[in-house]
Ligand binder design. Structure first.
Ligand code: SF4
Length: 425
């Protein structure tokens, strides 16, 4: 597994492959493990305490790095489509990545935290040549990034694309930051074939937006909806999350209230709310927080209150989020569960059944060293429990951009916002 940006990892890795390809695999792997950012799982073994707690993950050979650091590309280019075809998932679209990571640091956000630092290639030497290249092959252009309007020259890029020679280009942009939306921006997007824009507001509750570090005021949300309408767009897609740490029922009510007020005030615009359940992501400040079972009902509340009032709502499956959490929070003991569930329906029920079966029978997984692993933790522990900072995480040997102490500080700031807001009440 190569941890980090392909631009920096792939050339080193491929060079090494070419040098050692004549050797047997067992001799190749320790050589690959010496390349910075290359993780060879079979060369690391977990250690457990007698009560089954993970206490360390260590290299099994002398000379294997004790931890693997994610590699970061710092050049003035990012990626763009190399093959444009009607057979792609996004048919015939030339995709250009215009930013990597996001400086906003919303505390749940993998796209920001795991890919830090924020990078944005310059227009002249990076983005314009990348866009021009693809437009010789297709008329459809997609600008990609965690939050594309964060690019310091995003508006210059839009103005450039507003030129007559791009008249027949159809442009799509991924999610934009509400506070950067203007009517000039929406006019250009509309002229280039965009029907709607997407903004992640996370929650209608001001308190929750502070807790997650979403620096977005209600006024900015209303303004951007107004600009979307003025620019000639027909829809506004909003993204939200339920089950966030410290979220209360009143925060869900605040989301309903905000959406209904938006719909009333900005008539004629189609509002859609995509909403998912919070799943903790490794290397973010909320990595220690569990999935909250209340999320299931909160998704239903949003659907029940918004749908009859003309707001399209697209809730993600709660069960799917629990499966995500199971896969991302488990350690190697999950392997026999994955094997058992294979071939059955991909439903939460199938995963739960397989988990219970392996756990009850205490079928221990035998890894390549024939070391038996202890019993699986309880379902509650792996999915819902908030983990202690002192706990060794299954990814403790993989170093992300920020140290654990910094992530803890960011989590503490979230708690402070929660307490301050409760005191104000
Ligand atoms: S603004 Fe969006 S991309 Fe940026 S950190 Fe927040 S959620 Fe992530």
């Amino acid at each position: 597994m190569l941890l980090g940006d392909g631009e920096i990892l792939l050339p080193k890795f491929i060079d090494q492959v070419l040098q050692v390809q004549h050797l047997p695999r067992v001799e190749q792997l320790p050589i690959f493990a010496q390349i910075e950012g290359v993780y060879v799982p079979s060369l690391y073994a977990p250690k457990y305490s007698c009560n089954g707690e993970l206490i360390a993950i260590e290299g099994i050979h002398a000379g294997i790095p004790t931890s693997i650091t994610k590699q970061t590309w710092k050049g003035n280019t990012l990626s763009y489509s190399k093959v444009i075809t009607p057979d792609a998932v996004w048919q015939n679209i030339h995709m250009v990545e215009i930013v990597r990571s996001c400086p906003e640091l919303c505390r749940f956000c993998l796209a920001s935290y795991l890919t830090l630092p924020f990078r944005s290639p310059s227009l002249e030497d990076g983005l314009i040549p990348a866009v021009e290249k693809g437009l010789t092959a297709t008329k459809r252009l997609g600008l990609l990034g965690a939050s594309v309007t964060q690019h310091p020259q995003f508006f210059d890029l839009l103005h450039w694309l507003n030129h007559e020679r791009f008249e027949d280009i159809r442009l799509s942009v991924s999610s934009v930051r509400a506070s950067t939306v203007t009517s000039t921006m929406t006019k250009i997007l509309s002229r280039r074939g965009c029907k709607s824009i997407t903004m992640a507001i996370e929650s209608g509750s001001e308190k929750m937006r502070s807790v997650v570090n979403k620096k977005l005021s209600e006024e900015e949300i209303f303004d951007s909806a107004q600009y979307a309408k003025e620019g000639g767009l027909t829809g506004l897609k909003l993204y939200g999350i339920v089950g966030l740490p410290m979220e209360e029922e009143t925060d869900i009510e605040a989301t309903v209230d905000l959406l209904l007020r938006l719909k009333r005030k900005i008539s004629g615009l189609r509002f859609t709310l995509g909403v998912s359940t919070f799943v903790p992501k490794a290397h973010t400040p909320f990595q220690w927080c569990g999935v909250r079972p209340e999320a299931k009902d909160r998704l239903k509340v949003l659907t029940k209150k918004l749908k009859p009032n003309g707001i399209q709502i697209r809730p993600e499956s709660y069960g799917g989020s629990v499966i995500q959490a199971l896969l991302s929070r488990s350690d190697r003991r999950i392997a026999p569960v994955i094997a058992l569930v294979r071939g059955s329906q991909n439903s939460l029920g199938s995963w739960k059944k397989a988990y219970r079966e392996i756990r009850e029978k205490n079928i221990s997984n035998l890894n390549e060293l024939t070391m038996s692993l202890p019993k699986l933790p309880s379902w509650e522990e792996v999915i819902h429990k908030n983990w202690d900072h002192s706990q060794v995480l299954p990814w403790a040997h993989l170093q992300g951009p920020l140290k654990k102490e910094i992530l803890i500080q960011h989590q503490q700031q979230a708690l402070n916002h929660h307490f301050e807001s409760n005191q104000e009440k």
